[in-house]
Ligand binder design. Structure first.
Ligand code: ZN
Length: 158
């Protein structure tokens, strides 16, 4: 499932990218370009705006009720819109949404802090903004938090 998050849901969009979901963040204010883009790219619109309503049978709009981002992600988990697929974690650029390319450590040399370069073996790069990602303690920590969130949310939904 691919998403299109509206301007009120920037944090949720980033969190969905962390999980590996293809999520475009739309910063504009007008509803029509939002709906048009979703149609063109086959995306589900995520919005808190009650005025955005489906106009054609193919329009898929998911209204987010929670007003804060950890709760919004939890809402999607509980509604079974998203699932945890560990292989997909950290597979996209958090800023551009582009799928990351694996790169050799030689390619990362000089572009990441020396400490990181010597500590890490696997690096990946965003083909759009060229930002380099690696599996560090930060990712391990987030991975743990994401798992906890899924576990708690699924238990509470029963
Ligand atoms: Zn990027």
């Amino acid at each position: 499932m691919k998403f299109l998050a509206d301007r009120m849901l920037g944090k949720l969009a980033k969190e969905l990218r962390i999980l590996g979901y293809d999520t475009v963040y739309y910063k504009g204010e007008n509803a029509y370009p939002l709906i048009k883009l979703a149609r063109e790219e086959g995306r589900v619109i995520l919005t808190r705006n009650t005025k955005i309503i489906p106009k054609r049978p193919e329009d898929r709009i998911l209204r987010i009720e929670a007003d804060r981002s950890p709760l919004q992600l939890r809402e999607l988990i509980q509604k079974k819109v998203i699932a945890l697929n560990e292989e997909n974690l950290f597979s996209r650029c958090l800023l551009c949404n582009a799928p990351l390319d694996g790169i050799s450590s030689e390619e990362a040399e000089g572009k990441v802090p020396d400490f990181t370069f010597y500590q890490q073996k696997e690096f990946s790069r965003c083909p759009q903004c060229q930002r380099i990602y690696w599996q560090g303690s930060h990712q391990d920590h987030m991975r743990k938090k994401v798992k906890e969130l899924f576990n708690v949310s699924i238990q509470n939904a029963k």
